[in-house]
Design a binder for this molecule. Structure first.
Ligand SMILES: O=C(O)CCC(=O)C(=O)O
Ligand SMILES: [Fe+2]
Length: 314
């Protein structure tokens, strides 16, 4: 029998096809089984894209810190006031608004397919940041283990992925140079770790520059201390369900120019179809209709057809 075209799973079928076209099947098995995966550079983006985005992040870092950073030297936050202020690390925020190359990144087919799979197509971009680390960067003795999904007041998490995260590695990740730490299978615990819990079972996620490390929002993760000289850099693409608040503000900030040069998928990713958060003018429901998903288009066509039927004469 043929898989991939079931009537009952119409909305999911294109994602299934995409997973196969991009040869992502083993990574989907990793994600389901262990909660994380490492997708090698050749399945993510061409080398010249990696070089361009790394240069762009370094340029933005220089603009914000006032310091020219170099990959094989240790860094400094300089005059950059980004929070939190910790030794050996800073985060560059709001990258989507800083250069059009990040629009290219958030619409990358591999990233989009993995996020769509994990989030059942309901993702929006919550934040796009770069973690920049150098020697001494550490989350302390406990690797800073945490889950990215927002827990309830008792620290419990839903079994489905409310959040998905992915680090595009701009430099090699090894245990010595401060790789992400993951506790395999912890996406199934459906709760956040207690202080110190999980450290013994954590593994370093080693990956070549250009790899994409993706994980389920429930995963217990942190990072190993950075012991080597030089920078460890990434672009962290954090997605959340459309019903959640985003970390960074895109919905009312993305420009029409950004929307016009991108696909409807991009518009939905940045909440351009979301009317919530209105002012004295009230909700603008037309936002929903401007960038409809294929499922929404189908529902609208069905509703229009039902409406057009002649009224039944009793
Ligand atoms: O790479 C790190 O330092 C940890 C990253 C992390 O916790 C995250 O991106 O959610
Ligand atoms: Fe995290």
């Amino acid at each position: 029998m043929e898989f991939g075209d079931f009537k009952a799973t119409e909305a999911f079928n294109p994602t299934y096809q995409r997973i196969k076209e991009l040869a992502l099947e083993p990574h989907i098995v990793d994600l389901d089984s262990y909660g994380f995966t490492v997708i090698p550079p050749e399945k993510v983006a061409p080398l010249d894209f990696l070089e361009r985005i790394r240069e762009t992040v370094l340029r933005i870092a220089a603009e914000r810190t006032g310091i020219e950073l170099s990959l094989d030297e240790n860094g400094s936050a300089g005059e950059y006031q980004g929070q939190p202020q910790t030794d050996g690390q800073f985060l560059l925020y709001y990258l989507l608004m800083a250069d059009p190359i990040f629009e290219e990144w958030v619409t990358n087919p591999t990233l989009a397919t993995v996020a769509t799979y994990l989030m059942h197509g309901q993702q929006q971009l919550s934040s796009l940041t770069s973690f920049i680390k150098w020697k001494g960067g550490t989350y302390g003795d406990n690797l800073g283990l945490h889950s990215d999904s927002p827990p309830d007041r008792d620290g419990r998490l839903p079994p489905c992925s409310d959040v998905a995260n992915a680090a595009y590695c701009l430099t090699d990740y090894t245990e010595e140079n401060g790789a992400i730490a993951m506790v395999p299978g912890s996406h199934r615990y459906c709760r956040t770790p207690n202080p110190g819990e999980g450290v013994k079972n954590a593994v370093p996620v080693e990956a070549k520059a250009g790899s994409l490390i993706a994980w389920h929002g429930n995963m217990w993760h942190g990072a190993y201390p950075k012991q080597t000289d030089g920078l460890r850099m990434n672009v962290t693409s954090y997605m959340c369900h459309k019903r959640l608040k985003t970390q960074e503000s895109y919905q009312w900030q993305v420009t029409q120019e950004m929307l016009d040069r991108n696909t409807p998928e991009f518009a939905r990713l940045v909440g351009a179809d979301d009317h919530m958060g209105w002012d004295e003018k009230g909700p603008d429901f037309s936002r929903m209709l401007r960038y409809p998903s294929p499922e929404m288009k189908k529902r609208m066509a069905e509703a229009a057809a039902a409406h057009a039927k002649p009224a039944k004469v009793e």
